[in-house]
Design a protein. Sequence first.
Lengths: 314, 322
Amino acid sequence: MSGGSDSSLDSLQPLGTLELEPVESIPLGAKQRREWVQTISDAWRLRRTKVGSLVFLALFAIALFGRFVAPYEPTEFVAPPFSLPSSVAWLGTDFLGRDVLTRVLYGGLSVFVLGIAATVIGIVLGVSLGLVSGYARRWVDESIMRVLDVVLAFPSIVLAMLFVSILGPRLWLIVLMVGISHMPRIARVTRAATVELVARDFVKAAAAVGVPRRRILLYEVLPNISSPLLVEFGLRLTYSIIMIAALSFIGFGMQPPSADWGLMINENRIAITVQPWAVLAPVILIGALTVSTNLMADGLARAMMGIDRDTAVT
Amino acid sequence: MPPLLKLILIRLGLGLLTLFLVTVVVFIATQALPGDAARSILGKDSTDVARYEALRKELGLDRPVVEQYTSWLGSVVRGDFGNSLVGGGAKVTELLRSRVINSATLVFLAAVISIPISIVIGSLSAIWRDSKFDNIVNIGNLSLAALPEFVIGIVLVLVFATAVFNWLPSVSSVDSMSPLSGQMTLFVLPVVTLVLAVIPYVSRMLRASTVEVLESEYVMMARMKGLSESRVLWHHALPNAIVPTIQVIAINIAWLAGGIVTVEYLFGFPGIGSALVDSVANRDMPVVQALCVLIAAVYVVLNLLADILTILISPRLRTGLR
């Protein structure tokens, strides 16, 4: 992590002392492009990646297409409140007498869309700051890292609530704050990888022939950190979904009467003893979703680090 | 100045800087953004301009932002967060005292229970690497780490407080008048939820660092000297494996301060987490400010302590080498 001057950049240095990298460690154009593809195909060999992806895709399909097979409208009253499962409502009804199955089928899309949006925002902000920080160094680096330390001091949910307190529970605000709360960790990962890459000969060569900084960062550095970023995306997606669902659960995310898994848990938990399905169905779906994204992220992380010894068991 | 002292002073300075910036963020978020406290006291539909202006003046919202910030920071440094905007306007510090104690007890219990369990699980799965135990722990940790705390909590409520066993109270309304020791059953489910949420992080970290230590040259050396395996573990490997875990433990305790928001809300536990949910819903800005500064300060202080502890106990840093 320590900075320090780079002696091999000194123009007066005698040629003999220049340390050259072994040729095979220099990424060639073709390898650069395929690095993340390689990580995915390595990850796919692990059972946990397959299980995670299949569950994720199944849940995504439910969230996306479930509404077309739902028996009722999400705001339609079909039976008395908290009715137990019957032939009218397969999973019973909620606190207002709406069909739980219908609301479960409608209520996943918001979790996916908001979760993915927050992750993308976090990645874009974090990667930009990390690249700049790792390439610029000195005071730019220091100040970016200090500001990120401040963001890190607030737990994500507290950060979101802090801004909700005055601006109100708006969806764009929730998504933005969850994205911002991912920023420090993504920036640190990007920065660490960038610092390492910038010291490499192929980046120095590009700088030496006068390639502008922005091009170096986007075309030389970024493709080479695609694998760690892919892993980071998986991890952050899990946390985004947790945060978005938690915020809906405590009443600052999706607002009634929308159908949303997090909100459903909160609305129906008063009658958990009477009609547990109204709570259990969204709880199981959220749990399965976050576990599946975490399994995928772990598969990618293992593939990137080259850990594959427990493929046989898991 | 000795390099060790200098290193610690630098960390202290950075910690203070972060704390200062935290107060700036909290202030901007609650007082400098559009939509102010006066409007939230009067309600959205109020059209009484004169009363609105008078209230703004009373709350000091008509002054320049920088002036508002410095006078606010001055009070905060003296431990004064002003008066609550709802419920008769009691002093914020008075309102929050018992809640801070409740939450601190909750976090303390969760930490005291989860850390030894994590250390045992983490080191055992490192020692029995790639065994059946290790693999079960790995998948278990991966799943637990992914589950939101409120999902874990609801499953616990379903199993232990309602449908299946009905042993424990599902709502933890602690009576602040009587001593906490008599109400321990109310703590069980919230504490277990938090313990289950913390274990994966600490035990995974401890596993990784134990694996690294077990493969190190000095452990090999200790084995070659003919020391018993248990002595190698307890005297050479584990003490060194715990050093990098200190940071993770500190971050996790601080993270508990955020995790308690959903858990306290779920169980109706009267702590700072549920207070934050209520105050945000009621737009009770002084309470929001106090709680956000408090939670962020806990994180900064714990991180600082972990940093200093790491500096003090790792020999390489102690000798001033970076």
